[in-house]
Design a protein around this ligand. Structure first.
Ligand code: PLP
Length: 392
């Protein structure tokens, strides 16, 4: 147990604590405000109004032109699936897709499935040793029959930010008929997101990554692009996503989005300083370390550190024994022992590949927590280095 006898939570890219203000805003919708927003009566109508307000809050936070450009979903994985499959269904004659080698599995595995089962040809654009996208490769890959480019804004494992507006311009210059879908799950709340210039066609976010609860997400779809629903049924969400709305989640995410914009400054000053102190402290105190992606632009809260010839999972277990939460690679792959596909694409040497830890900080972290982690990390690594067969 660490000296604070409470969890030190440095795993905010996996999920975040629901903000207390957000909980109080959503609670009435788990209690007395239980009306169905589709009902004709005033009781349900009040709930429909609250959904309208949340849609406006999300649209404003994203810089969307119209609230109707926002469709509520259950999570970003659903949003990505809906975006991609809708575009493909509307344009069945075009069979070429582009994505990157470092996407989250909700895009990567979908594209692999489309290749295997639906005869799509997919180009997976590579990254350099800092995790930055190869824009020349992107340029030459866009062809006449390229229907969609799917690209993340910020990487969940390294925090590396892609120049998303520049990418959008390249796509539209090469082929104005190619759609551009952006996974903004790790960007929203960490860097400014503004969709008012119309460069991005579709974009996904997930509430639990910015202090709303789990089980609520959104898809932005630029006005005039017709969305074919993934879930077919009732007329909810203007027939774009059937199923009675997760009202509490929607209201919570609307408020959380407002807070995310309000806290952007804190993220870029205080949280960034904590992250920088943590990573600088680790590289100065512990030999044979490497910060993945440090040479390029990253979101302010994330650091991905590799320890040579040390097993990342063992570091995590030692941290977990002290109630410190971090992650190796993304939470979704941490139950497999395969090395991270992101670090692999960056060409991280084998000796560093299995020893990477992601610390992702956030709104509720403080300097005492960073100091404590800096105190115990050298002890953990020294202990593990002694049992590592490859360390001298
Ligand atoms: N995209 C990125 C970059 C992510 O980090 C995640 C979750 O970690 C997702 C998509 C999927 O989000 P959800 O679990 O809400 O579907």
């Amino acid at each position: 147990m660490n000296p604070y006898e409470k969890i030190i939570y440095f795993d905010n890219n996996a999920t975040t604590k629901t903000d207390d203000e957000v909980i109080s805003v959503m609670l009435p919708f788990l209690g007395e405000m239980y009306g169905n927003p589709s009902s004709m009566h005033t009781f349900g109508g009040q709930v429909a109004k609250d959904i309208r307000k949340a849609r406006e809050q999300i649209a404003t936070a994203l810089g969307a032109v119209l609230p109707s450009e926002i469709v509520f979903t259950s999570c970003a994985s659903e949003s990505s699936n809906m975006a991609v499959r809708s575009i493909l269904e509307s344009n069945p004659e075009k069979k070429h897709l582009i994505t990157t080698q470092v996407e989250h599995p909700c895009v990567l595995n979908l594209f692999k499935w489309l290749e295997r089962h639906k005869n799509y040809k997919v180009t997976y654009i590579g990254v350099d040793s800092e995790g930055q996208l190869n824009l020349d490769e992107l340029k030459v890959s866009i062809k006449e029959d390229t229907i969609l480019v799917a690209c993340m804004w910020a990487n969940n494992e390294t925090g590396v930010i892609f120049p998303i507006k520049e990418i959008g311009k390249i796509i539209k210059e090469k082929n104005p008929n190619t759609y551009f879908f952006v996974d903004a799950v790790q960007a929203f709340g960490k860097i400014p997101v503004d969709l008012s210039d119309g460069i991005i066609d579709l974009l996904s976010i997930s509430g639990h990554k910015f202090h709303a609860p789990k089980g609520i997400g959104a898809l932005y779809i630029r006005n005039k692009i017709k969305l074919r629903p993934l879930l077919i049924g009732g007329h909810q969400e203007k027939s774009r996503r059937a199923g009675t709305e997760n009202v509490a989640g929607i209201v919570a995410m609307g408020h959380a989005a407002e807070l995310a914009v309000k806290y952007l400054e804190d993220e870029n000053t205080r949280v960034r300083a904590l992250r920088d102190k943590l990573e600088q402290g680790i590289i100065s105190k512990i030999p044979y370390t490497k910060i993945n992606g440090i040479g390029t632009e990253r979101v302010p809260n994330t650091t991905n550190i590799s320890f040579e010839y040390i097993e990342g999972e063992l570091i995590l277990l030692h941290l977990s024994d002290l109630n410190i939460c971090a992650s190796s690679g993304s939470a979704c792959t941490s139950d497999t022992l395969k090395p991270s596909h992101v670090l692999d694409a960056m060409g991280v040497p084998f000796s560093f590949l299995h020893g990477s830890i992601r610390f992702s900080l956030g709104r509720y972290n403080n300097e005492k927590e960073v100091d404590y982690v800096l105190e115990i990390m050298p002890q953990i690594i020294e202990k593990l280095a002694r049992i590592s067969p490859f360390r001298k």
